[in-house]
Design a protein around this ligand. Structure first.
Ligand code: IVH
Length: 683
């Protein structure tokens, strides 16, 4: 294929794939299978690899991410991002209507929209291309999260049709639909991380992740509700929404055009009943004056528009009886009280259990067994007990006594000063802690032994074949063949039998064997040192280069590694002072696990790992420019000659070519000075 053909094919594939993307994510009417889509995408990626000069900024291959941002750069909003005033009652809504009519003579039409419970985003489009995405920040300036936002499939990289101005801004909300949120939390629990409280926090956390490839894996979605720009000419808000929809944005069809406050209230009441059926969370309804001329006449206060108001739904509440309390021991030894409730219907689901968090909360609520308790489901997924109906308390209601010893292994519980958690300190022998550590060890993000899982670990543990992670490497085919266990079904589910037949046993042994090649940073993460997550493990591995250096490091040495603070350093230091842990490391070493970091360890820092950087212009002398270029490589980045949409930033000296600068600006790529670059390296 010659160059012309390649370019033509790339252009065609980009248009075609973007159209399929639109059909899938916006219209929810796909016309090809996922497999066909993936095949076309692969073809495009291969062509782009062979001809990087033809890579288009709106290529769907950009959606998979790959840019790593060590620090988000803050930028000023063209128009400040204001908030909305809130109300909780019909009376306040009618007051709003009255205020509007004091300024506007004649008829006012309102448009009601869902109040999406996510985080607001401002998108700038230039000549139809998404060039910048900013978070709300403090309303005046926000963080540039363009690379991460580009991975969200329902946000168009290039607009459909025509008729859009050269430059304008769209605002909307990034959300994480509930099914994706629940899946994400299950994964977190599996690797011993705390589940996130609600989809909003999860969405916010996702958008601030450093690795955009990781963001691409989160099922984020986005709804738009506001267009801003000098050359937009709509007459009504409804018109602006319809136009945004034509240009390719996702707009909710749950809106209502209302001629009166009574109609507004009808919509609010209707959605109150239907909100549980949505796949994402809303926390109210936004009521906006539909006519843009009237909006302009109403104007803004310093904080919010006078033409809009948010009606917020109150959290739903029910009362039910507290039957008993279970105490669950987690992987890290934290003992969590969980309330068993008389089943009750709440916000569309039957609630049987609620978290009581810790001993302090129990004391504060003064909750007793048999009490009628108020249960609420707000933004949080797990319902909360928020109070006790004292008028219904039985005279003999039993006081709750938090156990003094571990319900699993009977060790006396401990409580650190200033911490609310009661912890079982028997980390090496307490059954749920051992099983939890093993589950963490085999996790996809750790040693990735996917032939093992929770149930299989339990079988190995019950048969006393593994008491700690290094025992896994002593297992043999013969020692595990034929083991089995029946797992009781919970909540009426069927019992499930698991047995290690030939193939299963073989897979387990092979999986364990294969894990010996896992990289050092994976091993460090897998051994489960408190506070050592994936990122810290990576930083540790590249800073110290091998396990012996980490073991020998003092508290101060550890804090010298990037991103490692007092608390984390203290935990690592303490871990390697325990003889049991040193023995564990010895055993893992002799089993043949990787205890030395590869290549990257030679870097001066990992500040720029994964970045693609252009150095352009003159910096006083040609020697200096060479030095800067070397620094790019020494800190883990790729030096590239030309600016493309893959470029993360440009270090500009004097007389940088105007074309290059223009290209960087139009792609929304930051252009920084030598001083700013050096500052980045010293972080
Ligand atoms: S309009 C100038 N419409 O609610 C006002 N906001 O409490 C522009 N939100 O910061 C906002 N759904 O993040 C608008 N349909 C909707 C919304 C909405 C959710 C968020 C938005 C805003 C916050 C204010």
């Amino acid at each position: 294929m010659d160059k012309n053909e390649a370019q033509h094919l790339i252009n065609e594939l980009v248009t075609k794939l973007n159209d399929h993307n639109y059909k899938y994510y916006i219209l929810a009417e796909p016309t090809i299978s996922d497999y066909e889509f993936d095949m076309l995408l692969e073809k495009l990626a291969a062509l782009e690899k062979a001809h990087p000069e033809f890579l288009l900024p709106d290529s769907p291959t950009q959606r998979v991410g790959g840019t790593v941002t060590s620090e988000f750069i803050s930028a000023k909003h063209t128009y400040p991002m204001l908030s909305l005033s809130n109300t909780y009652s019909e009376g306040e809504l009618r007051d709003f209507d009255e205020r509007v009519h004091k300024i506007i003579d004649g008829k006012v039409e309102y448009i009601c929209e869902l109040k999406f419970d996510g985080l607001s985003i401002s998108l700038t489009y230039e000549k139809g291309l998404l060039i910048r995405a900013l978070t709300r920040g403090d309303g005046e300036s926000g963080d540039d999260v363009t690379a991460n936002v580009k991975t969200i499939r329902s946000i168009p990289l290039r607009l459909n049709g025509n008729g859009f101005p050269d430059l304008f801004e769209v605002r909307g909300e990034i959300i994480l639909p509930r099914p994706g949120f629940e899946k994400m939390n299950l994964e977190r629990i599996e690797i011993g991380e705390n589940p996130l409280a609600n989809p909003r926090n999860a969405a916010a956390g996702s958008l601030k992740m450093q690795d955009s490839a990781e963001v691409a894996r989160r099922p984020l979605d986005a709804y738009m509700y506001y267009a801003l720009g000098d050359s937009l000419s709509f007459e009504t808000h409804q018109q602006s929404l319809q136009t945004l929809s034509r240009w390719g944005f996702k707009i909710s069809n749950q809106t209502a055009l209302c001629q009166s406050m009574d109609e507004v209230l009808d919509f609010i009441n209707k959605m109150a009943k239907e909100r549980d059926k949505l796949t994402f969370d809303i926390d109210g309804i936004v009521v906006k004056v539909n006519s843009l001329e009237q909006q302009q006449a109403l104007g803004f206060t310093s904080k919010s528009p006078r033409w809009a108001i948010a009606y917020k739904y109150k959290a739903e509440q029910v009362t039910t009886q507290l039957l008993s309390i279970d105490y669950q021991v987690g992987r890290t030894g934290v003992v969590t009280p969980v309330a068993n409730l008389k089943p009750v219907q709440l916000a569309g689901t039957v609630v049987k259990r609620a978290s009581l968090h810790n001993a302090d909360i129990i004391a504060k609520l003064d909750v007793r067994i048999g009490d009628q308790v108020f249960v609420e489901k707000g933004g949080e997924i797990i319902p909360k007990i928020i109070g006790v109906d004292l008028s219904k308390r039985d005279l003999f209601a039993e006081q709750v006594v938090f156990p003094e010893s571990c319900p699993e292994c009977a060790t006396k519980l401990e409580r650190q000063e200033g911490e609310a958690a009661n912890i079982c300190p028997n980390e090496d022998y307490c059954p749920p802690q051992i099983k939890g550590k093993l589950e963490h060890f085999i996790h996809r993000k750790a040693m990735n032994i996917d032939s093992l899982g929770e149930g299989k670990i339990e079988i190995l543990y019950d048969n006393q074949l593994v008491k700690n992670i290094s025992d896994l490497y002593r297992l043999t085919y013969d020692s595990i063949l034929g083991l089995e266990k029946v797992f009781k079904g919970i909540d009426g589910a069927k019992d499930k039998k698991l047995s290690f037949k030939k193939k299963t046993a073989e897979n387990i042994i092979n999986g364990i064997e294969a894990s010996k090649t896992a990289a050092f940073e994976k091993v460090l993460f897998a051994i489960g040192i408190r506070y050592v997550g994936e990122t810290v493990a990576r930083k540790l591995a590249f800073h110290f280069k091998n396990i012996d250096a980490i073991i020998a490091a003092t508290d101060e040495d550890l804090q010298e590694a990037e991103n490692i603070g007092e608390k984390v350093a203290g935990s690592i230091y303490a871990f390697f002072r325990k003889p049991e842990n040193l023995l564990l490391i010895e055993n893992l070493k002799s089993a043949g696990l990787t205890m030395v970091a590869e290549k990257q360890a030679e870097l001066a820092s990992t500040n720029l790992v994964g970045k693609s950087i252009v150095v352009s212009g003159s910096f006083g002398s040609s020697k200096r420019r060479k030095e800067l270029e070397e620094m790019v490589a020494m800190n883990g980045a790729k030096l590239s000659g030309g600016v493309t949409s893959k470029t993360d930033f440009v270090v500009a000296g004097e007389n940088m070519g105007p074309e290059k600068r223009q290209k960087a600006v139009s792609l929304g790529i930051p252009v920084i000075t030598e001083a700013e670059f050096l500052e980045m390296l010293n972080k």
